[in-house]
Write a protein that binds this ligand. Structure first.
Ligand SMILES: O=c1ccn([C@@H]2O[C@H](COP(=O)(O)O)[C@@H](O)[C@H]2O)c(=O)[nH]1
Length: 239
């Protein structure tokens, strides 16, 4: 699939900052937003309630990674928030991912759609060198990502977080509809910051990413609405 809206990473410390940011957009603009640890740990679930009430779709990017029982129970609670997508770390293992899925299904209120559940392979801030040195995984980075993608598929999840560089191979070893959500998006010339495996929105489209996640190139600009529209146009091939 191709989600036409770039997912906006709401990496802010407070709900007040989120509200100020959203004021820069037209009222009718319904976004697909990503809520991560920074915001959720400061504000709690109220932030999700607010965003859903405003009509936005929400990816809860908490990257759960713990023993299977703990992750399963946490998922059961999080499922009640009415989120659209949520994730875990594939490094937690197949059993952990299976329990995450069971918890998500068990916690989803009757009649509501179960959120997409995806797993992080290797963070886009990780290079092959840092992976080998820090994690002592001595394969290539691509092999590690493909291995985690296959484990994620085996566990019955919907897809993975990866860099766009790995999308085509992941789909060839899993299935075409296996979700590949790709952060590490940088318009040409934009600062990479801590990201290592980056592509432009246009490259992500031609490669076949299903979702792109964009934070600072939208949230840390003078005109977020304009930056969002420019990235959205590039992502959709409208120049
Ligand atoms: O591998 C990953 C997984 C998650 N992220 C998250 O995406 C955004 C990217 O923000 P930028 O400002 O565009 O770099 C951020 O919230 C990360 O936590 C990721 O970058 N890579």
């Amino acid at each position: 699939m191709h989600e036409s809206r770039p997912m906006v990473a709401l990496d802010f410390p407070s709900l007040r900052d989120v509200k100020n940011f959203l004021l820069r957009f037209d009222d009718h603009e319904k976004l697909y937003v990503k809520v991560g640890m920074e915001l959720l740990y400061q504000e709690g679930p109220v932030v999700v309630d607010f965003l859903k009430f405003q009509g936005h779709d929400v990816f809860l990017d908490l990257k759960l990674h713990d023993i299977p029982n703990t992750v399963g129970s946490a998922m059961k609670g999080l499922a009640r928030l009415g989120i659209d997508m949520i994730n875990v770390h594939a490094a937690g293992g197949i059993e952990m991912m299976q329990q995450a899925k069971e918890g998500l299904i068990a916690g989803t209120p009757a009649g509501e759609k179960v959120a997409d559940l995806i797993a992080v392979t290797q963070l886009t801030s990780t290079s092959q060198e840092s992976m080998q040195h820090d994690q002592m995984i001595m394969t290539s980075l691509e092999e590690s990502v493909l291995h985690y993608a296959k484990c994620t598929d085996e566990a019955g999840l919907d897809g993975v977080v990866c860099s766009a560089h790995e999308v085509q191979k992941i789909k060839s070893v899993t299935r075409p509809d296996f979700i590949c959500l790709t952060p590490g998006i940088r318009p040409a010339g934009a600062a990479k910051g801590d990201q290592k495996r980056v592509v432009t929105p246009e490259e992500a489209r031609t490669i076949g990413s299903d979702y792109i996640v964009v934070g600072r190139p939208i949230t840390r600009t003078e005109n977020p609405m304009q930056a969002y529209q420019t990235i959205k146009n590039e992502w959709n091939g409208h120049f």
